[in-house]
Design a protein around this ligand. Structure first.
Ligand code: C2O
Ligand code: CU
Length: 458
């Protein structure tokens, strides 16, 4: 039969009349993981071969409404298996994108449909979660912005993904030393060039006295950025996607560890040029520039009010919650103790030979048993004890937590917490999202070299 418009319509009408066929859902929009080429190094230098979503880095900026259904079809056009993790979204477990734990890795040429409704408004991001020490370093990440129903009034709302790249300084190609043992056992893969939204020192045009919402996202493999502003003044309003109860004036530089986000609302006070800076020992380096055009004569006189709160669980009696200690061990200078790999207790030398340098609670990689086994709705405390010579950015999947301070007060909600060498931090969380959830260091080389564990909520 030749299909004419009439016959197609007729068939559909007939099917509807029988009520036998549910109307097929339209296919989700495609998110293609693929190779691309981009100007990462400063203009005038060679372009760099990258891997990106849609062939660019960052991938498309997704903006969706809080609570609305969000679907994307990952198509893998890479030469390796991959998955997508929606970092910070309190998502259904099957959509979390962890190969071997929540789904099978998507093979080259294959696809996977992600389908979820983000419960929280805020700044999130998505990134590869397979071989991510390599795949994220090659550029497989993008911003996921979940809009508030009543967003604050600003003149511009910019998602800024900050990264550092390790490029061969002659060819500008990404260096392929992802399993470099020195990086794995020290501070991780640090780069030699920084970008914001995939470009070196980009310029954004603004007006004097404009109010900007900047959504800073650290997509770097391992670098902890110390963020500074010049010619921009304002308030920190959210961390890791979660609104602060009260906006906090930004009075100096602040640290942003890998995977962390900070939302700031700032007014442009500079006359000609403002800067987003990375503060380092020997001074401040420009991450990006704001070219300032003339604007309103005066600055707004009101401070922004707090962002509308997300539907977070109440934490009753945090100090009474069961407490589990997670000792972080290994790495250069301190070294591992005999630790468990799978179900086998192994000597440090054997583990080093396997490229494993770190352990969490005596376990290297994801072991057979969860680190915490929680009944749904239970409140749990974890004490992170950093017995290593390096800082670590500890990230929980599917849940945010709050730090519990010595005086019993609770810190802001976070999904990634930087813990300095020698430091102990206690966190408390409500295990309200059922499933098997990863807990790991977001210095991606550390995670690849063993700094990974998991917890279960049933
Ligand atoms: Cu940003 Cu396990 O992930
Ligand atoms: Cu680490």
């Amino acid at each position: 039969m030749r299909l004419t418009r009439r016959s197609v319509l007729g068939t559909a009408a007939a099917a509807a009349a029988f009520g036998g066929l549910a109307r097929a859902e339209p296919a989700p929009q495609v998110l293609r993981a693929q190779a691309g080429r981009q100007q990462i190094a400063p203009n005038g230098f060679a372009e760099t071969d990258i891997w990106g979503y849609g062939g660019a880095v960052p991938g498309p900026e997704f903006r969706t409404m809080q609570g609305a259904r969000f679907r994307r079809r990952l198509i893998n056009d890479l030469p390796q298996p991959t998955t997508v993790h929606w970092h910070g979204v309190r998502i259904a477990n099957a959509m979390d994108g962890v190969p071997g734990l929540t789904q099978e890795a998507v093979q080259a040429g294959d696809r996977f449909d992600y389908d979820f409704a983000p419960p929280d408004a805020g700044t999130f991001w998505y990134h590869s979660h397979n071989k991510n020490v390599e795949q994220v370093a090659r550029g497989l990440y993008g911003p996921l912005i979940v809009e508030e129903n009543a967003p604050p009034e600003v003149d511009a709302d910019l998602a800024l993904m900050i990264d550092d790249w390790r490029l061969d300084t002659r060819t500008m190609a990404i260096t392929g030393d992802f399993d470099n043992r020195h990086d794995l056992s020290h501070a991780g893969r640090l780069g030699n060039i920084t970008t914001v939204n995939g470009h070196f020192d980009p310029v954004q045009s603004v007006r004097r006295h404009d109010r900007l919402r900047l959504r800073l996202i650290n997509a770097a493999n391992a670098r902890v950025f110390e963020i500074g502003f010049e010619g921009l003044e304002g308030w920190l309003v959210a961390l890791d996607g979660m609104p602060l109860q009260t906006p906090a004036p930004v009075t100096g530089a602040f640290r942003l560890a890998p995977a962390q986000r900070a939302d700031v609302i700032v007014d442009v006070t500079a006359k000609a040029e403002a800067h987003l800076l990375s503060i380092e020992r020997d001074g401040g380096y420009g991450l990006m520039r704001f070219a300032v055009q003339p604007g309103p004569r005066v600055r707004r006189d009101n401070a922004p009010s707090a962002l509308p709160p997300n539907p977070m669980p109440a934490i009753a009696e945090p100090a009474a919650a069961p407490l589990t200690e997670m000792r972080m061990t290994g790495g250069a200078m301190r070294g591992l103790e005999p630790s468990q790999l799978g179900t086998t207790l192994m000597q440090p030398r054997e583990l080093y030979e396997l490229g494993k340098f770190w352990a969490l609670a005596g376990q290297v990689d994801r072991g057979p048993a969860p680190f915490v086994d929680a009944a749904r709705g239970e409140t749990h405390r974890i004490s992170f004890v950093n017995d290593t010579a390096f800082g670590h950015a500890m990230h929980t999947h599917g849940h945010h937590f709050r730090t519990l301070r010595a005086d019993g007060s609770l810190g802001p909600w976070r999904d990634t917490l930087l813990i300095d060498p020698g430091e102990t931090r206690q966190v408390v969380m409500v295990a309200d999202n059922p499933g098997n959830w990863l807990l790991h260091c977001h210095m991606l080389g550390h995670a690849a070299a063993g700094m990974m564990n998991w917890f279960r909520v049933t």
